[in-house]
Write a protein that binds this ligand. Structure first.
Ligand code: HEC
Ligand code: HEC
Length: 222
């Protein structure tokens, strides 16, 4: 009999002092379905939706429900280009109900925001894997004071003071910096649509240093 794929990670989480907790909504029926469907996604996005390869695969755990569903639809329709994921989001693979169940499951996963406790005997890989499973993202380089002001003036109305987003607007806090930087570049090149109130868009009006400072500030919001 093949071993249960989720068991090792669950044991691991328990052994490391519950690296994650599941929000109460996780126990609704559609969430359980979402969890089952998610098995095909885990190879890239991690067994808890923690992401991987230092942000090549973004973190999905704790991301906003509506935003996740919208992105899956955008990948399917190719209004957001994502070649690695395109085959997984086709109608015969993933129905709209599947997308909603996945989003409900993922948005309910709460990664721990506490540093894991290590034993002297833990090797580098064990430490790295445990660090990936907590919400903590390494501090990004940049001026966090300038970044805080820019964030308050230019981003906070939509992405929220806490960086956790609202409604269909995504959470940025706790997401890999490299991934966010890549997305901003694709908004600026107009390969992906941001939510623009100003002609040209808010991101196009900021310098590279401004964006770096904002990213540095966001890594303090976890
Ligand atoms: C082969 C690897 C791979 C698999 C399997 C995969 N993804 Fe992805 N996914 C990616 C990559 C790479 C990106 C980032 C694309 C980019 O940089 O724009 C991504 C991005 C996403 C995003 C956008 C996140 C954001 O913050 O905007 C969502 C949502 C997502 N994936 C959900 C899923 C779900 C649900 C599944 C399973 C049905 C899945 N992925 C399977 C590689 C994968
Ligand atoms: C008017 C509202 C609004 C403002 C202001 C705004 N955003 Fe956004 N942002 C959005 C929306 C909506 C999306 C999701 C777009 C989509 O659905 O694909 C988004 C997505 C993003 C993403 C991609 C996240 C991901 O997981 O892929 C990044 C990065 C981002 N915004 C950064 C910023 C920064 C930095 C600022 C301030 C300089 C900012 N945004 C200001 C509405 C806004």
């Amino acid at each position: 009999m093949p071993p249960c794929p989720r068991l090792p990670s669950l044991l691991f989480a328990l052994a490391t002092g519950a690296a994650f907790i599941l929000a109460p909504s996780v126990f609704a029926a559609d969430v359980e379905r979402g969890k089952d469907i998610y098995e095909v996604c885990a190879a890239c996005h991690g067994d808890l939706g923690q992401g991987g390869k230092r942000g090549e695969y973004p973190r999905l755990a704790g991301q906003r429900d509506t935003y996740l569903t919208n992105q899956l639809k955008a990948f399917r329709d190719r209004s957001r280009i994502n070649l690695p994921m395109f085959p997984y989001t086709q109608e015969r693979e993933l129905s709209e109900a599947d997308m909603e169940d996945l989003a409900a499951y993922l948005s309910g996963i709460e990664l721990s925001s506490a540093y894991p406790v290590f034993k002297d005997t833990d090797d580098a890989l064990t430490r790295l894997t445990a660090m990936e499973k907590v919400m903590i993202i390494p501090r990004a380089e940049g001026n966090t004071v300038a970044g805080a002001t820019l964030y308050r003036d230019e981003c906070q109305d939509c992405h929220d003071k806490t960086g956790r987003g609202r409604g269909r607007i995504p959470r940025l806090a706790g997401q890999y910096t490299s991934y966010l930087t890549k997305q901003m570049a694709s908004f600026i090149r107009k390969e992906r649509l941001h939510d623009e109130k100003t002609p040209g868009g808010v991101l196009n009006q900021l310098s590279e240093q401004n964006l770096k400072d904002i990213m540095a500030y966001i890594t303090t919001l976890q």
